[in-house]
Design a protein around this ligand. Sequence first.
Ligand SMILES: Nc1nc2c(ncn2[C@@H]2O[C@H](COP(=O)(O)OP(=O)(O)OP(=O)(O)O)[C@@H](O)[C@H]2O)c(=O)[nH]1
Ligand SMILES: [Mg+2]
Ligand SMILES: [Zn+2]
Length: 291
Amino acid sequence: MLTRQGRVIIRFGAELIIEDEHGQRHRCTTRRNLQHAVCGDRVTWTPSDSGNQVVNGILPRRNLLERLDPRGQIRPVAANIDQVVLVIAHRPPPQWPLVDRYLVAIEALGATALLVINKADLDEGTGDGMEERVDLYQALGYTGLRTSVTTGLGMDSLRTHLRDATSVLVGQSGVGKSSLIQALLPDEDLRIGELSEATGEGRHTTTSARLYHLPGGGELIDSPGVRDFTAPPLPVDALARGFVEFRPHIGHCRFHNCAHDREPGCAIKAAMEAGEISEQRYASYLAMKRS
Ligand SMILES: Nc1nc2c(ncn2[C@@H]2O[C@H](COP(=O)(O)OP(=O)(O)OP(=O)(O)O)[C@@H](O)[C@H]2O)c(=O)[nH]1
Ligand SMILES: [Mg+2]
Ligand SMILES: [Zn+2]
């Protein structure tokens, strides 16, 4: 029988919902021995009238978002992510080392980071260091966008940034991720998803990522497990590359296997002492490396 292509928009245990090129959805199971397909995967599948439809292949992935589950196991969450929207807010105040941890994970994923500073309506210019730190990230090449779900400020701009990409939204608790998603996806579909999370009904909905089409274009993959994902640890070289401003200095240390910690002749530390790399970013690197 004819094999078709589709995209995984949701997974419940062994069952997948596939969307075809016409936007129609099909319930499928996976062929045995097939690698775990996740939300966002492009797959091949075989239609069937008997209802026994099977996914038989996963097309090459652009990337795979993985998380550490509470037991320390690495779990695949979603595939083919173009952009990660990293949400921070004036309240609760950002934990900058955590922001750096997310940025490193985004770099390792090969996705674009979009920094959203939400609750702009609470910005009283109180000298909380937010502006300086956001300026630092912008100087590193990251885009920063101020939004307010309350006043609508920046929301059109956010929609524009989401338009041509598959995105996920992440950030610490209380920054307004659910509020932003509710504003971006005001349809019933999402509310049902939130409801089943709240009631605990359907255990899978609490962890399964789901792909949504945004009304203004673009796609958002969302689940609680995506929003607060904890990335698996990285080897030292990938960790250092995750700090984009370290990259020009990598390979210039005295020791080729320098971990940029206590080694003499470290080019990264020299750049930090020369003021080219910020002390806070270097401190974030050390904290991640030593943990
Ligand atoms: N003033 C103001 N409050 C906001 C804004 N966005 C969200 N909030 C409020 O901030 C609180 C937390 O928002 P949530 O959307 O629940 O935050 P969250 O990131 O989903 O939090 P978790 O689900 O715990 O991770 C709620 O009381 C929101 O009403 C905003 O732009 N301005
Ligand atoms: Mg929430
Ligand atoms: Zn070094």
